[in-house]
Design a protein around this ligand. Sequence first.
Ligand code: ADP
Length: 463
Amino acid sequence: MNSHQLFRRSRTRLALWYALVMGGILSLSGFGMYRSLVQSNWAAMEREMESIAGTLHDSLEPMLPASEDPTTVLRRILPELCLAGQSCNASPTLIQRHTTGISDRSTYYIRLFNHRGNLLAFSPNQPVALPQTFISAPWQTFRSGNGDRYHQFTIILHSSESHHTAPQSSPHASWGYLQIGRTLESFDAEVKRMQWILVIGFPIALGLVAASSWWLSGLAMQPIYQSYQQQQQFTANAAHELRSPLASLLATVEAILRLPPSNNQQEIPMMLHTVERQGRRLSHLIADLLFLTSLEQHSSPKPLQPCCLNDLVSDLTEEFLELSTTSGIHLTSQIPDGEIYVLGHESQLYRLVSNLLANAIQYTPAEGYVIVSLEAHDHTAAITVKDTGIGIAPSEQTRIFERFYRVDSDRSRKTGGTGLGLAIAQAIAQKHHAHLRVESQLERGSIFTLEMAFSSSGTQKIG
Ligand code: ADP
């Protein structure tokens, strides 16, 4: 499987997982919301019914007669109700009176039963298909023959006289029952509307989730893909860099082996020098590669130590003095009196500044100047390596920190450069949370600046 297929497959898998997880969360929350809406509507409806029933109960109870045949009394106190077994032509003003404020008054009906469960009276708008048998459960939901659903609440009525006269244990302690019910048509319509919203909205939301998952997984894969490509490029570059000195080394060895024995004495030492040079170059390159790899492995065995930058700059200036003198370059340093400490790995910081100095000397023609200076402002220490050398074109300035990138490969190779010097410097700077930048003008020179925060535990005494 090639890398392209591998990344595509990983992206698809990631998108599927995203979609699955987000779809799951969406379904759960959608269903939860639907359930809670249905339940809160149901609870609101039951509260309303209870409150109407309570109002009716409180109005009726004081007027109820103790008699078991309440026909005449009922007719007097509830003229709006139809009496069971008699013709019904009452207008539903009772409902209207007690359900004031309810939007749809015709929704509710009332039924009155005696304590034996026989129907005494009912409101004219009661559904035709209501069960005639009395069920004493407080809440009931039933479906009429034509498919309409009804919900009904039953409350016990006590007459004021029966309260006082009936013994506590008597089964006739209650006068009867008041039932208030309503059609569930509007409630069911609302539930259906919510179900439709779910049925239509859910696939749309899932489609959006799938599309956004694909896009998100693409975003998530991008840095991995880029890093993979960089690694591939790095491997290819490293192989290329290793191949050239190795090929030259092998060619020299072969030439030595082919030399006639008579020539051995004059030419062999010279050729062995070439072998040694190429061998050193290879070893240098491998050491640089290993160092870069170790920098990238974040765990560092050694803890950060306070490093004195004054000592670091003066030691390096001293070390490079001989090389600069041989190259005919004036190397000077500017170091403040007060010591500046930063937290870091001294050997790595040493390597960083040494790479900058080596480059400055390498890319500055004879009679040029290289100045290395150390400064401190606003909790930041800055080491600047300035040269009056060949400079770097603006288009190259961002690329010189890439691994194996050389502005002028031939020149750089001739001077022994591996193209890893600035990549190593940048990696060290990043590891120390420092900032390495370049300002340069072709034929005028370059300035490399390393900025890093002071050590909190170090001392700073700038004179
Ligand atoms: P090398 O080992 O080839 O010097 P580096 O990573 O150190 O590799 O530098 C990358 C490239 O940046 C070099 O090939 C060189 O062209 C350019 N460069 C670095 N420092 C300087 C400088 N001070 N002046 C001019 N060019 C520079």
